[in-house]
Design a protein around this ligand. Structure first.
Ligand code: SF4
Length: 488
């Protein structure tokens, strides 16, 4: 599909909106007039008699539509919004599809809701969502609920607060829907990289702790994510956790999460070691409780093993266990998904995170647009069921985000029993404070307190680059102190 961008600079929003309606079409942006052939979207801005004219049209698979609007006073924000509205109307008419999140293309709806509530108050913030961004009343209410649950945790944040993220980019095997950089540990290359990677990770933790100390930062939460951190042996996790405890000031650290991940690597011995080391939140992620779907997505464990791992974590004494589930998995049905949600609720998992399947180009599984739209309708029904079942069971939504190429343009929501919010997820998703991140694929985000400014330091994406370029990477970490010298 060719998308024409004529006389304006809003190509980012234009492309995002087109992607929302046509998630897997190849989109080619064109900035000059030319003969229009094939499926196309045309957007333009021009001055006409002292007014600004915004225009969008689309011609897709024989269907056409167009929309024109004029605004009197030109500001970038007004023009961008009005052009987006023209385009939204056109694409909605052509496809007959109304996204539940309306024109909202951003990945952090609750962050925007929090900001609007601060600026306008709750009622006006909700009106902004429904009337201006055309978000459905249900999704508006959801974003507002999340903002409300987060309030006390956000208020607790200190100017020098930070969290620590540790990346373990290895998995026991690769799932078909995965677009993450994680390596299957069964490969000979991954096996060679693994031990040196852990040694360097230890070193990076020590260096990072030095910067935290130097800048008088206060550690609030620790999060081991992946990949599958549960792939670490009991001894390897102990070494890394002790490195953290020996080098960072843990006085104010109120949460320590370890994403064990998959049931096929979660053992009673590992759980006990984690508990003894002070981990207080564990994630065991079944994704579905349907064995057929598990097999279809390449997970090497059964639903019964996920329940066993969960029970084992409970017996070890963990009182905050998260379970991830995904709506829209290939081969899943509405009934199958409902059973998965009901099972997680019956287990009384303190946290249940409901994701909507996102298919990136790098996953083995890539949807076509038609399949995507069909799957989107089913995924919407699944998400609607999850939302009402979890609310009825006493869970509250405490964090949320959206991803590009998500089936049905839906959202991912973390639900919890009251008081069991994962603070790290809120800090990270709402970009409340600095996250110092270590390991391959990790991104350190430096947040200036009280300002809407974030600076990122990227680690190399792949373990082989991380291992070979470690010294260069550590030089980049100088930015931490430079940042705090500027913003303190
Ligand atoms: S366990 Fe998670 S990170 Fe690993 S391959 Fe599967 S989806 Fe990707």
């Amino acid at each position: 599909m060719t998308v024409f961008i004529i006389g304006h600079k809003f190509h980012f929003e234009t492309e995002n909106l087109c992607r929302m309606f046509f998630p897997n079409s190849e989109i080619k942006l064109q900035y000059e007039h030319s003969e229009i052939q094939g499926d196309n979207v045309f957007t333009a801005m021009q001055s006409v008699d002292g007014k600004t004219k915004l225009f969008a049209s689309a011609s897709i698979e024989g269907k056409t539509s167009e929309s024109t609007k004029y605004i009197d006073v030109y500001t970038d924000t007004d023009a961008e919004y009005t052009l987006a509205l023209c385009l939204f109307e056109v694409l909605r008419e052509i496809t007959g599809y109304t996204p539940a999140w309306g024109m909202l293309t951003g990945v952090r709806p609750s962050k925007l809701m929090n900001k609007l509530i601060d600026e306008l108050g709750e009622e006006k913030a909700k009106e902004y969502f429904t009337d201006k961004l055309l978000v459905s009343p249900e999704k508006t209410q959801l974003a507002c609920f999340v903002a409300e649950v987060q309030k006390p945790i956000v208020a607790d944040n200190k100017p020098n607060s930070f969290s620590l993220y540790i990346s373990i980019p290895f998995c026991p095997s690769r799932c078909s829907y995965c677009s993450f950089v994680s390596h299957s540990i069964t490969g000979s290359n991954a096996k060679k990289l693994y031990k040196p990677y852990l040694d360097l990770l230890k070193k990076e933790l020590e260096i990072t702790a030095m910067y935290a100390k130097e800048n008088d930062l206060r550690l609030e939460s620790v999060y081991f994510g992946g990949g599958t951190p549960g792939i670490l042996s009991a001894e390897e996790s102990k070494t890394l956790i002790n490195t953290i405890k020996d080098n960072f000031d843990m006085t104010f650290c109120s949460e320590f999460t370890f994403e064990s991940g998959r049931a096929d690597v979660t053992t009673a011995e590992k759980l006990l070691t984690l508990k003894e080391c002070g981990v207080d939140r564990i994630s065991i992620n079944p994704q579905t409780f349907d064995d057929g779907v598990l097999e279809a997505i390449g997970r090497k464990h059964t639903a019964a093993q996920a329940v066993e791992a969960y029970n084992s974590a409970k017996e070890t004494g963990f009182d905050c266990i998260n379970m991830d589930l995904i709506a829209g998995l290939p081969g899943d049905s509405l009934e199958g998904f409902m059973k998965s949600i009901d099972t997680a609720i019956a287990l009384k998992a303190e946290n249940i995170t409901v994701h909507s399947l996102a298919l990136k180009r790098s996953s083995t599984l890539v949807a076509r647009d038609n399949a995507e739209l069909e799957q989107g309708t089913l995924a919407s029904q699944m998400i609607d069921y999850a939302n009402s079942a979890l609310l009825n069971a006493g869970y509250v939504p405490y964090y949320m985000y959206r991803q590009s190429r998500c089936v049905g343009n839906l959202e991912n929501v973390g639900w919890c029993l009251p008081g069991k919010e994962c603070r790290y997820n809120i800090y990270m998703m709402e970009e409340i404070h600095t996250v110092l991140a270590v390991g391959a694929g990790a991104v350190t985000k430096l947040k200036a307190h009280g300002e809407n400014y974030l600076e990122r330091i990227f680690n190399y994406k792949y373990p082989y680059e991380y291992n070979s370029g470690f010294d260069t990477l550590m030089e980049r970490k100088n930015r931490i102190t430079a940042f705090y010298n500027t913003y303190n």
